[in-house]
Design a protein around this ligand. Sequence first.
Ligand SMILES: O=C(O)CCCC[C@@H]1SC[C@@H]2NC(=O)N[C@@H]21
Ligand code: NA
Length: 617
Amino acid sequence: GCGQRHRRKKPSPAAKHFTVVDYVIFAVLLAASMAIGLYYALSGGRQRTTQEFLMADRSMHCLPVSLSLIASFQSAVAIIGVPGEIYTHGTQYWFIGCSYILGLLIPAHVFIPVLYRLRVSSAYQYLELRFSKAVRICGTLTFICQMVIYMGVCVYTPAFALNAVTGFELWGTVLATGLVCTLYTTMGGLKAVIWTDVFQTVVMFAGQLAVIMVGVQRTGGVSEVWRKVWEGNRISGLDLNPDPTERHTFWTLGVGGIFLMLSLYGVNQAQVQRYLSSRTEKEAVRSCYMVFPSLQLALALSCVMGLVMFARYCGEDPSDKLGTSSRDAMVIYFVMDMLQGLPGLPGLFVACLFSAALSTISSAFNSLATVTMEDLIKPYFPAMSESRATLLSKALAASYGLLCLAMAYLTHLMGDSVLQVALKIFGMVGGPILGLFSLGMFFPWANSTGAVAGLGTGLAVAFWVGIGSIFTRSSGARPQDNSVLFLLISQVNHLSLFFSRPTGLKRFYSLSYMWYSAFNCFTVILIGLIISFLTGPMKEEDVTPGTIYPLLGKLLCFLPEHLKKKLCCLSSHQMQPAQHKENNGLGFQQEDGLSQEEAESFLPDGHTPSVEHETTV
Ligand SMILES: O=C(O)CCCC[C@@H]1SC[C@@H]2NC(=O)N[C@@H]21
Ligand code: NA
């Protein structure tokens, strides 16, 4: 127990109410977001071209880009799910912070240089350059599925949690959030999405900080909180258990988490679009570096919030007070319990919750509209006028908004821990996409057949493990017994009993969901290489310049040049040098000139330096 010195009075019953001030603060958040959307709809180029609407005229500075990068994948799921995780299982999850080092360095020095120099708008254009149009379409469709499901979770989470505790109108909130977000994204384009992300990230941090400060103060101060948390052994040590079915260890979080980060910050369209909207490549790399401290802060705030919550309730089960055993709803209960009687603070936390949700959903809308436009429509309608293309992009953003509301309802049927649901989605779908890009960038022999076969196998295995894990109770979220999904599964349960009889398969299903990204990534690469060699590997000269990252060359950089050339059978010219004015290897003219510093990177005799020197880490 917590060694409580005195019998604490039972917290007041669950029904917490908002004062008018709280609703006003929530309304101010929505209005401010709308205002930013309107501003960018009426200023600059007034969102008349897809270059502006989808790529922010490639003019962004690193500060807004870095805050927008964090906001894109830090939604209400983390704000609610992480404290619930720490409350229940202790601070083991905090070790995911170790994965942020390589999880951001590799995107900064591998993925950004390759993708930025190809001057693409959609990350999946890379797949056409490296492989074929078919591979690009498969990548785009996979990304669309991933983000549509993820969006549903992000819209549903804050509304559900608030409704469970405060009676906050559930579907009215989902509708309000979805509509406001759709409006400012459709009106203001990527510029509005990035600047609302900046504003919403500030609100998000402020809300969490307020809860922590009031919570510590009301739970008897820092030392009292530390004592209770320590005695409740919620401070987890370094768990070096190598067992891959162990849910959270240093390996699943610190190493498995790297692949999760690479799938998000390396190849996910939402993040790639932000890198590509930067003024120069160096600005994009800088924004990636700047993500690190803010991401660690976001992680720390949500973990500390979980510890303060533990100090307050000492591991008590909330179900009697709340009517649901969901830890996620308990976090809201804790917040309302702490902020009760401080007018405006509950409203600030609600604004924090919805800022987290809005900034993620708007990034998803905009990136979905971009890839649909660039990958699925433009190639078939090359003659489409700029104004029609922009109008269509806006219509797409709006329709994705409505689709996301439908997905929110589907989330109603999924497991109970939203954090686990979100991380599983990233692992099951983001992992194979990371594998596809890695196959293309690091293995010159890989061909299109191998890429498609690899992706297909990777997704099939990913869903096999993911769905299978729902049967085996050990590894992850279980749908609530009354949920439709559960009833569906229990119909086939006898099948699963049949499957899960051999321990091997049961162990396979029990793989920690934190390994999904790595496991699925390697499956795609392995199958992709095998099929490529079986169907005739690609030759070095057939590979489009600039689509290969000379991994071998980098790893063996200590070798003398001539040895490297012989060994890596890949000379450094494979890596696209910084683009020259007239042609960017894509066959179409570059809309805008190079930035000053990129232009200066050319040597006086016009020879473009081999990228080796430019991208040395
Ligand atoms: O918050 C969400 O919407 C999804 C859960 C967190 C996604 C991953 S976890 C590692 C990285 N750190 C973050 O803050 N978000 C991503
Ligand atoms: Na967010």
